[in-house]
Every structure is written in structure tokens, then in C-alpha cells.
Design a protein around this ligand. Sequence first.
Ligand code: ATP
Ligand code: MG
Length: 391
Amino acid sequence: ITEVFTQAMPVLEKLEEAGFEAYFVGGCVRDLLLERPIHDVDIATSAYPEEVKETFAKSIDTGIQHGTVTVLYGGSSYEITTFRTESGYQDFRRPDKVTFVQNLDEDLKRRDFTINALAMNRQGEIIDLFDGLGDLKRRVIKAVGVAEDRFHEDALRMMRAVRFMSQLSFSLEEKTRQAIINNHELLSKISVERIREEFVKLALGKDSRQAFKDFLATGLSEECPGLAGKKDQLSVFTDLKAGPDDEAVFWSLIAVLINLPADKISPFMRAWKNSNAMNQQVRQIVAAFDLLSRGEESDFDLFEIGQENLEAALKLAGLLGKPLSSQALLDRYNRLPIKAAGELAIDGQWLIKEGIKPSPELGQLLRKALEGVVSGQVENSQAAIAEFLAI
Ligand code: ATP
Ligand code: MG
């Protein structure tokens, strides 16, 4: 039992002392048994949210309508959720009604996969109703109960299945796989934001290439924005030298694999409900990658690409097995006289003081000075630049 659980034990103790049942549940138990790092400790309890709040000094109502209270204790925070079942799944999405129940068994039944339906009590005993322990050993993702039904209740679970494959290097249990194949179309009922969250976790997991193969083979990719009909192009992902380890590089990779023209990247990124910042970054990375691939980049191009996007474009090239001379390009970048426009010895104010009127010409002079300095034609000093610009 790790440090994280030792720290969390008093939380279970306090709930039990107050007369309630309480267990560690879900991902944290799974990760403990797999000896993976544990990020959040989730607790399931028979106490109602109000009762949880009364038991602890500091709490936050994070999802009280779903029965979840976040408790701050000993410098950490814990999500404590009342035992519940879910019902009234409409449109193959999240339940619209949660019902609190009095025992753990009911709560474990609503969980997605056997390995996520494990609980642990204060004595360190594992409660395992669906042979999650066996599936951990066999390294398979298997739905709790009848897979078909479970994906009908909540179609996002199909994406979660391939996401966990990637993160854990597990395979899909056969009936679970068949149920995904039969029901992949239901994924279209799920909001893009929720699909994206699982997709990015899949992409950045340690076994993403294998999981991506199943993402394509089960038909799930057909239900994703911009990916329908692109199976062949996307299958290159499964043969990459390594998987991506950066989200922006991942989206850039997808854009390159499906041959998106420059002006189609933004609509694609928007269709996935990515942030404007991510959208912009991906456009810049792909543009940099294209430029570097042609091998015609000037020092000023490198300056405009900037360190972050240069490194990302080189990562992308590395994943695709493109022989770009990364070290040489980075060395060239590092030797640039300045790395940002702000480092230029002159600015607009200075030009105005030198008698240039605010005008388009002023902008052109600034640009000329910047290009001159970046390309090493002129030293970065006011005197040298003034002479260079002949003002
Ligand atoms: P992670 O390490 O990524 O947080 P996790 O297993 O904790 O993995 P969460 O999304 O945080 O995953 O969910 C916590 C637990 O809640 C899961 O382990 C599972 O038991 C249950 N769960 C989450 N989403 C669903 C779902 N869509 N259907 C059924 N159970 C779910
Ligand atoms: Mg979690």
C-alpha cells in the first residue's frame, strides 16, 4: 500500500466512525494493483452528501446532484461519492437520474469495466464482484455485465475502452470488442468534448499505436469529427516509430496523416471543439513541418517559427520517420542573433523619435530591421540599424 493510501486512510476512518461504510473505488484501486502512479483517490460511501459534509471541516460541492463532494483533508483532496445507481439513460448518453443506494454492490455494478469496478476497504481487502482481479492478470478490458447493454446505456464507454487499452497496454475482451463493433455508431450521440477527452488520453497513452488499431478496426473512428472514411490514411498511426507524447504534436500528426490542406486545419480543430490556442498551435506546427520538409527555410523562417513550434515540428517529423536534420536546425535556431522581436535594439517609438512619421513605411522599416538583424546582415545596435535603414 502506497503513501497515497496511507494518507487517505483517515478519511475512510472518519466516515466509518460516523457510522457509514466507505471504500476506495475505481481507478485508484486498479492503479494500486497495477503499481501505476495514482493521481486521484476516489471514495464511495453510504453517507449522503450532506452527511459527508458534516463529517469533514473542509469540503466543496463539486457535483452534489451526482452525489459527489470533494473533501480537503491532510493537504489532499478526495472525491467522495454516495453509493448510487444510474437510470433513465436516454439517447445513449449519461443517465439523467441517479439514485442513491445503500450498498456498495449496486454501486460497483454501474461501473464501466471490471478492472474499474474494484473496491478496497480500510483493511486493504479487495472487493471484487466481477473478477476484475482476473482481468487485471489477463490484462483485458471487459465490460461489467452485458457489454451490449452497457454501451447502449452510455456510448462513451466504447471510447473509454480503447483509451484504457492505450494507457494500460491491455487488450479488449472478445465480447466487449464485438459489442463495440456492433454499436460503434452510437458514439455519434456523445458530445464531442467528451469524445475528445478520451481520444487525447488514448493518443498520449503508452500503447497508443495498438489502441489506435482497435479505434479504427471497431469503427469508432468513423463516428469522430473529420475522420470518417479516413481509415487507410489513419492506419499509418499504428506503424509509427513511437506514439506522440504531446497533445499539439498529436493533432498535427492527425492533420498530416489525413492530408488536411492548410485552410482545412482550423475547421477540423474547431469540429473537435479544441481551444483557439490549440488550433493556432497546430496550424503553426503543420506549417513549420511543411516548410522544413521542403528544406528551404531561411533563418528568418526559423525565427518566425520559434523554439516551441520548431521543437514540435521536429518531433512530428521524428514520429513520421522524416529525416530532418534536427540537431542542425536547432543549432541554427540557437545561433540566431535574437529570438524575439522585443530583443531588437529599436522599436516604433525610436523610429518616430528619429523623425519617421507613423505610417505604413514605419512598419516596413521595422520589418526590414528585424529581417536584417535576424539574418545577420546588420548588428543589433541602434547605430548599425540606423545606417542599414539609411535614416
Ligand atoms: P483515470 O486514471 O484516467 O482517472 P479512472 O478509472 O479513475 O481513470 P475516471 O474517468 O476518473 O477514470 O472515472 C472514475 C471511475 O468512475 C472509473 O474507474 C469507473 O469506475 C467509473 N466511471 C467513469 N466513467 C464511467 C462511465 N462512463 N460509465 C461507467 N462508469 C464510469
Ligand atoms: Mg480518475
